[in-house]
Design a protein around this ligand. Sequence first.
Ligand code: MN
Length: 249
Amino acid sequence: MRILISNDDGYLAPGLAALADALASIAEVTVIAPDTNRSGSSNSLTLDRPLSLQRAANGFYFVNGTPSDCVHLALTGLLPERPDLVVAGINQGQNMGDDTLYSGTVAAATEGYLFGVPAIAFSQVEHGWNHLDAAARVARDVVQRRFDMLPKPFLLNVNIPNRTYDDLGKTVATRLGKRHVSEPVIKAKDPHGRDIYWVGPIGAAKDAGEGTDFHATAQGWVSVTPLQVDLTHQAQLAGLQESLHKGAA
Ligand code: MN
């Protein structure tokens, strides 16, 4: 099995090394990751300048671009052979509910999925890399399940509580929960007295009911959510068609 690994925390992140180490024992892995922390970069591609690729001493490749850039480059010209799986992470911090739209970790996996390659994004629920070894072991377990029941390509979003391997509960299939809107923007002054703004912290969970990713990880379980990319609001299609028809009359 050939696995392409990327992340959004950058090529020096401990979560990336832990994931690559864990998967190297079961697959041929190639790591291509952003040169800096690009968390929150979503599915962005760099179109206004060229990208360059460098190789670190440990064999990881790094790109002066986004997670999507990394996977895009890998799949459209860098890799001699198409990987069997694209894996992203392990991210420092949860990617649940609405986070998935902003996440560079999920975006790296999504880029693989868009190219028809099954993909899995891994995140640890808490910041700080506590019990990263356990999360890496879980990631390897999940990859080894192969998901033969799912049509290919699939796109899975995995969130792992920061616990020891033995303290982690079962692995469950979940739906995305929802968050409240972000906290207010934080206003400050730069050293020249000019107004600056920091985007506020993420909001608390709003829909954290049973069956959601928030609920599962709060029980200490490993949450696996199947994602799709089509944003079409199917339930509104008929109503929209009707109002457009009326408007035209
Ligand atoms: Mn990140």
